[in-house]
Design a protein. Sequence first.
Lengths: 275, 294
Amino acid sequence: MTDPADPPPVERANAHAIDAADLGVRYSLRFTKKSTLRNSVGQLFSRQAPEPFWALRHVSFNVVRGESLAVIGPNGAGKSTLLQVLAGILIPSEGSVAVRGHVSSLLTLGAGFDQELTGRENILLAGAFLGLDDPIVRELLPTIVEFADLGPFIDAPIRTYSSGMRARLGFAIATSVDPDILLLDEVLATGDATFRSKSKQRVIELVKAAKGIVLVTHDMTWVTEYCNRAILLERGKLIIEGDPAEVVAVHQERSARAKAEREAALGAAAPAAGR
Amino acid sequence: MSTTNEAPAAFRHAANRPGPIHAIREAIGDISSRQRLVRYLVAADIRKKGANTLLGNLWWIMDPLLQMGVYVVFVSLILNVDTPDYPLFILAAILPWKWFTSSISDAVTSVVSQERLIKQIQFPKLVLPVASTMAGVVGFVFGLIPLAAIMLLYSGRISAFLLLIPVIAVVQFVFTLGLSILVSAVNVFFRDLGNVLRHVLRLWFYLSPALYGMAQLDASNTFQANPWLRFAAHANPFAVLFESYRSVIYGTPEGLPHAPDWIALLVLFGASVLLLAVATFIFKRLEPLYATVL
């Protein structure tokens, strides 16, 4: 664990890039997950409505331009849901979110590629999905190809790629489109060591270019070193917001306590077990 | 640092529900601002369809011919029906039907199959069924090649009325697009739809005047005795479309090609526009839920 060495200074006077006010996302369990006609019809006639599940509730925060915000928390805390809301993919069921600027959000990198198309064709297609003008995508193409560093594979279908290659291409696209706000979900851990350091470099450059970044990660070193601020989510609730080192400390303390409690419960339930 | 961009530069989301007019206006904006995305998706679709088979896109030409062959053997040899120039008679129905079924069955999965992308990027989902319906048009246009070849065999039936094919195709396109948008949205919530639809489509084909003419049905005793059945048969969109295509391509067993029933075609066009509007509204209304359900 390193100290918060020297995070880039931020001018708080800037307009907010993101404003989230009392954000809530509810998943109705009535239709979730590949329902078939049979169980949906069954649910229509069953008396009690299925319990709503709040993936996020009463979450308020903002992101200042040029700021790099880390979102940390245990699995299932609602981190990815939050990014989906910021990307405009999910509409909040409660509260509101305002995002000022173009958003780039290849959240789970490379998952949306068309398997049959080549890397190059997928870059063009991703550009079209992101809504970029064609001349701009064609202008960016060489940079993306170079950064992804796939060699001759760039003209091979994506289905021939390894997962690392796919992630590299995804990262290259997401960070090359010159977004005002970049949303990254668990991406710093992709690829080999060389690519990792290259991608860190890229994110630092974007931070310096006064772009807003919201980053979900489990890499606490990265949080304390490169982020200006952090929020901790647990079970859809905002626990603490503030200085990265402080938030990371709270997170580690809480998860250690949760782990201890879990182990105590486990030990009480099965004292004879090996652990 | 500003780049021109088709996506909105900023958005503000809160829980609200747009009305029908607003939703349809937004839908038109979705498609017109994302024409290039639709084009890319159509091109990718066509390339993929041809890529995995030895003969590739040649199948678009051979498929209708083989299907025609099957029906000719079945109907004229086994059932012993002696409609003159029967191959042309059914090809006039097979081509539009192939276009319709391939568009619908591609559209059903168009939204569901982009599940991962929908969870990653915000884009107008409407482009997906629109693109798969557009890709179907290309198949239909290729199908006109075997039609031209068969027409040469029955050169007596070639007429200027053939130029009306695109007019009838426009009506079919609007109808197909409306239905495609509807089924793609519904399939997100009920994955059984694809299975159900396969059988519905087959039944629909046999209940429509494809292998037989409407005149034959009208002459039958059941239809003479039951005016409601007769009305239902005539209200079938594919009765109107098949009869229209057939009147300009084939004519009647006794006579040469003639103009289609304009009134029926116009009524179908109006109904199709209405269907498209309703389907678009439903699609837009459900759109925010896709990412949570998929």
